[in-house]
Design a protein around this ligand. Structure first.
Ligand code: SF4
Ligand code: SF4
Length: 665
């Protein structure tokens, strides 16, 4: 592309000065933001470098998370703007290079490059039109529609238009050296239009407008929320590579003096980087069950409040490390309601296109509330006291934990009685004490017996895995519970664990390794799926029935176990599986019990489990049962159908019960 700057003086020199100004403003602001971010506490995020690079390719360059259901159309429009922006950036670097030093960058003179730029400029223009119409007339309820968004769209549109105009005018004036036979389509059309309208002047005007817009864009970008174009790159690279269901460990907890996060310095640098990266798209909030049912929690607001607080406190703290600071707005204004409303369902994390981690921030703030301020809700406090005293959140006697297994002549052995058992069945508090869930535990025992699986339980030697305590923010109690179980496992030489509760499964599989407890952990439905596939378990025909499957958050979104429970249902003759559209698989709607919410009052808005039952009823699918694979989901669904008075319409069950009821010898 021939630059209209002529010899270096004066055009090239002016361009160089403008470039230094534009990029100087960019880097000056970026450096300030980086220094603010480094005010956060340290956190190592460099494990699994290859996986990080793969994520960069798939999530950042491939825009995979942006293109998820139900956001295909707006996701595609945004992806084209992004891809076009990348291509145009290469073209812009070439323009500046050529304008200042007089050479083209290698490869930029090819027909492929010219056509790519031309086609992407058109696609970006179409995508901008779609984005603008959507913002103006169909903005999703939770999306922040601010002037800033229109400014950025306008700047990108000017860039594309001026690019096409100077391309067409340059072709018409013979200023573009095209070493190829077929010039790009848009350029060719515009060339014929400009032929008789002083194309050389139009070329120079459009070219200068283009480069000045680029430089204005560079200077404006770090002042705007569109900084995410840049920060998404490191944010994706440094995303969590540990399992989603694993919370961070407070090491040497006995030696710590402060816990969790309240002020900016308490958040990690990555948690602060998340704030710079938020696109304000509102997808996290659109999918939050707490917000959907009228709670004050808004995951987008949490991320933005932390960012805004960082921008307020950053300059103060850089000037004086001991300056007075305040916690983010939601922490000050609405604690405890906002933070305590979270069910840790991970719908926000799943939906976020730029891999922002909401739960870790919320739990860090809960840690501060619980351990530093002692201000956990009284019911949560009671559950924690019960865990500490009796080893279960209900406060049931520790010694009766194994009674469910000794009744009904089940004759389930304990590890003390059968030390050579292959598997430990970790029953969990709900199946040990809750009558409804005891039936599920018995169903699993039947299934394991029928398939000839060697297993034993710990009975009263088992104690709560600690999940509720950890998610309520009591890391002390979690570590105590985990250590206790790990010691017991060690005493019996446990290597393989079956859990019928996704919370037990998640904690033992993903969190016990943080304290040195490494086991082969399998959820009961994964095991049943395998036993059926291996021909060790035969399931016969029962009554024909339609069964809706409800994805437990800690099985699905936290651990990616979507297919095996479905495959078990599909293997039961007579059962017709129904999906709870559109709230299934990754978009499954929480039952409301996770994150310690099972033991907290739900006084604000509609109960989450009631909304779930409404979604089920709205399906009109003819399903007479709703099956799940989680004791908490079962309790919440039971309560929901009871409250809605639809016990005769749809009955909550565990998939294990459906299997156990149809076992063929
Ligand atoms: S984890 Fe679930 S409840 Fe908590 S903020 Fe995210 S979407 Fe909302
Ligand atoms: S946190 Fe993620 S999903 Fe939520 S508004 Fe920001 S970018 Fe969108």
């Amino acid at each position: 592309m021939t630059a209209p700057t002529g010899t270096f003086f004066p055009g090239g020199a002016i361009l160089l000065a403008l470039t230094i100004l534009g990029f100087g403003a960019f880097f000056w602001r970026a450096w300030r933001l980086y220094r603010y971010m480094r005010l956060g506490r340290d956190e190592a995020r460099i494990d699994h470098p290859w996986r990080r690079l793969r994520d960069e390719l798939v999530v950042y360059f491939g825009q995979r998370k942006l293109l998820k259901r139900p956001y295909y159309v707006r996701g595609l429009a945004h992806a084209f703007i992004f891809w076009g922006f990348l291509v145009i950036t290469i073209g812009t670097v070439d323009l500046l290079f050529k304008g200042i030093v007089g050479f083209d960058l290698p490869g930029t003179g090819s027909a492929v490059f010219a056509w790519t730029i031309d086609v992407f400029a058109l696609l970006v223009l179409v995508s901008i039109a779609i984005a603008a119409v959507r913002r103006l007339f169909f903005a999703p309820p939770r999306m922040h529609v601010a002037l800033d968004g229109y400014v950025i769209l306008g700047l990108i549109a000017i860039l594309m238009i001026t690019l096409l105009v100077f391309e067409g005018a340059g072709l018409s004036a013979g200023l573009l050296k095209t070493g190829y036979a077929r010039p790009p389509i848009a350029g060719t059309i515009l060339a014929s239009i400009f032929e008789s309208h002083a194309p050389a002047t139009i070329f120079a005007f459009a070219w200068w407008t283009h480069v000045v817009t680029v430089l204005a864009f560079a200077a404006y970008l770090p002042q705007s929320k569109h900084l995410h174009i840049v920060t998404t790159l490191p944010n994706v690279f440094f995303r969590k590579q540990t399992p989603r269901g694993q919370l961070s460990l407070i090491e040497d907890i006995e030696k710590q003096e402060t816990f969790g996060a309240a002020a900016i310095r308490d958040f990690s640098w990555k948690q602060l980087l998340d704030g710079y990266t938020c696109t304000e798209c509102g997808r996290c909030s659109d999918n939050c069950p707490a917000l959907a049912t009228g709670k004050p929690l808004d995951p987008q607001k949490i991320v933005l409040d932390i960012r805004d607080q960082l921008l307020r406190d950053g300059p103060k703290l850089l000037a004086d490390a001991k300056a007075e600071t305040t916690p983010p707005a939601h922490y000050v204004e609405s604690k405890p309601e906002e933070l305590w409303a979270c069910t840790t369902c991970a719908a926000c994390v799943e939906a976020c296109p730029v891999t922002i981690e909401h739960i870790d921030k919320i739990v860090d703030m809960r840690r501060h509330l619980t351990l530093m301020e002692g201000s956990a809700p009284p019911e949560a406090q009671r559950a924690m006291t019960n865990i500490e005293r009796a080893g279960n959140p209900w406060g049931e006697p520790r010694e009766t934990r194994g009674e469910w297994a000794s009744s009904n002549d089940l004759g389930v052995p304990t590890f003390a009685e059968k030390p050579d058992a292959e598997y430990l069945y970790f029953v969990g508090c709900a199946a040990s004490y809750d009558r409804r869930n005891q039936k599920v535990a018995r169903a699993l025992v039947q299934v394991l017996r029928a398939a000839g699986v060697s297993f034993a339980i710990l009975a009263s030697e088992e104690t709560c895995n600690g999940d509720p305590a950890r998610r309520i923010g009591n890391e002390y109690l979690w570590q105590m519970q985990a250590q206790q179980n790990i010691e017991t496992f060690k005493r019996y030489g446990v290597r393989k664990v079956i859990a019928s509760c996704p919370h037990c499964f998640n904690t033992i599989a993903n969190e016990y390794p943080q304290l040195g407890g490494n086991y082969e952990v399998i959820h009961a439905l994964q095991l049943v799926d395998r036993l059926i596939a291996e021909g060790k378990l035969h399931v016969g025909r029962g009554i024909a029935e339609a069964v809706a499957y409800h994805d437990p958050c800690y099985l699905g979104r936290h651990n990616g176990i979507y297919d095996q429970p479905r495959s078990v249902l599909d293997a039961i003759p007579g059962v017709q599986r129904v999906e709870i559209e559109p709230h299934h698989r990754e978009r499954g709607f929480c039952c409301g019990a996770g994150g310690g919410r099972m033991w907290m009052e739900e006084k604000v808005g509609q109960r989450v489990n009631h909304r779930r039952i409404e979604q089920l009823l709205a399906l009109n699918s003819g399903a007479t049962k709703v099956a799940s694979g989680c004791p908490f989901c079962l309790i919440m669904l039971e309560e929901g159908v009871g409250a809605k008075g639809v016990q005769d319409v749809i009955r909550p069950v565990d998939v294990l019960e459906l299997v156990a009821g149809r076992i063929e010898s």
